[in-house]
Design a protein around this ligand. Structure first.
Ligand code: 6MZ
Length: 362
């Protein structure tokens, strides 16, 4: 199979995206427009010289991502930019044959522009509903993010906000994401917040073990319900104290799906290269993994490209890729009826696709 035909297959494949941050998932075109607009509004051409994406072979340590995110937050700081990001991103995923998207974002309060937390979420919802009214072929759900740099009080307020929208967004807001710089703070402090979110019926997607945070990861996994793990890069490494594989055992036993963001991990140097990505470890154990982009703008990728990279790194066949994509439906935070609708959609496409049993390198 040529690379081109594999690439085409990955594009044609109906897909699910479960781990993507709004402020890092822009297309080049949207970014350009929003940077130009902001430079004009603030009469500051300096914005145009900021580095806002990682290009090909541009591997930077994870801290550089967080520096870059602070620049992005300065650009995307009003209702117009949040609407534009959401609206464009939904169309771009639909164009990549993504049929179900969970978009996550941290609400911002920016007094200068009138942005408040509720305005932020309402703006995202407005864009989702506008796309639905246009009959864009994609189902969209929203997760509200807790930024671990902002402390437990803010996290509690975020859960209250998400709880309100859980009951007042026609089912679009479905859960909570826990993210932010993994080198800052201790996830253990947030355990009561996660427990209360779970009790309220919010789904929980938690960034865990993106770097070797063994202690906090163990505490969270032992004491909290967790619906999905973001990254989980170091879950299968032995713990530094006794060399046991306790994290790995808990995750396997609880069958917690892992959101694998290969390109992001390679570009932020938390993983050496695609071939050494932990996807392989979990996949070989028949453990649920979902291929995701993390930030298709910042890391310059697409969901189709993540399938291509996984196929090439681990010699996955078309059937393997199909199964990965189809199984991802099980790990969405959608209702049972939406899951059934998605399975039927995959079924319609399947007969039209050439799903040979051969590996991509054969
Ligand atoms: C942890 C990350 C992340 O919420 O403003 N974020 N958190 N690890 C990562 N891996 C590299 N990538 C993004 O999107 C940007 C925010 O998402 C989180 C960070 O908190 C970042 O500020 P939103 O839409």
């Amino acid at each position: 199979m040529t690379r081109q035909s594999l690439k085409e297959f990955c594009y044609q494949l109906p897909k699910v995206e479960l781990h993507t941050h709004l402020n890092t998932s822009f297309s080049d075109k949207t970014l350009q427009e929003l940077v130009d607009r902001k430079a004009k509004l603030d009469d500051n051409s300096e914005y145009r010289s900021w580095k806002l994406t990682f290009t090909e072979n541009d591997n930077c340590p994870i801290d550089e991502s967080f520096t870059l995110f602070t620049f992005l937050h300065k650009i995307f700081n009003d209702e117009y930019s949040i609407y534009k990001l959401t609206y464009d991103i939904i169309h771009e995923y639909a164009a990549d044959n993504v049929k179900y998207l969970e978009l996550r974002s941290t609400p911002k309060d920016v007094p200068e522009t009138g942005l408040t937390w509720p305005v932020y979420v309402d703006t995202m919802l407005r864009a989702v509903r506008d796309c639905r009214a246009e009959e864009v072929d994609i189902v969209v759900r929203i997760l509200i993010s807790i930024d671990r740099r902002k402390g437990v009080d803010v996290a509690r307020q975020t859960v209250s906000l998400a709880d309100r929208y859980l009951h007042d967004s026609d089912g679009i807001v479905v859960g909570i994401d826990f993210s932010g710089d993994p080198q800052v703070g201790d996830a253990t402090d947030y355990i009561p917040v996660f427990q209360s979110a779970h009790e309220k019926g919010l789904k929980l997607a938690l960034h865990l073990a993106e770097i070797p945070n063994f202690e906090e990861t163990l505490n969270v996994l032992k004491q909290c319900h967790c619906d999905r793990i973001g990254h989980g890069t170091c879950l299968n490494q032995p713990s530094p104290g006794d060399g046991r594989k306790e994290l790995e055992e808990i995750v396997l036993q609880k069958k917690i799906p892992i959101e694998a963001c290969m390109t992001s991990n390679v570009k932020t140097k938390t993983v050496r290269d695609y071939e050494s990505h932990h996807l392989d470890f979990w996949y070989k154990r028949n453990h649920p993994v979902v291929l995701c982009t993390d930030g298709k703008g910042v890391y310059q990728t697409t969901v189709s490209n993540e399938y291509l990279q996984a196929a090439e790194a681990f010699n996955l066949s078309r059937q393997n890729l199909w199964d990965l994509s189809f199984d991802s439906i099980n790990h969405t935070f959608a209702s049972d009826s939406v899951k059934s609708m998605l399975r039927a959609k995959w079924g319609e496409v399947k007969s039209k696709m050439d799903i040979s049993p051969y590996g991509c390198n054969s």
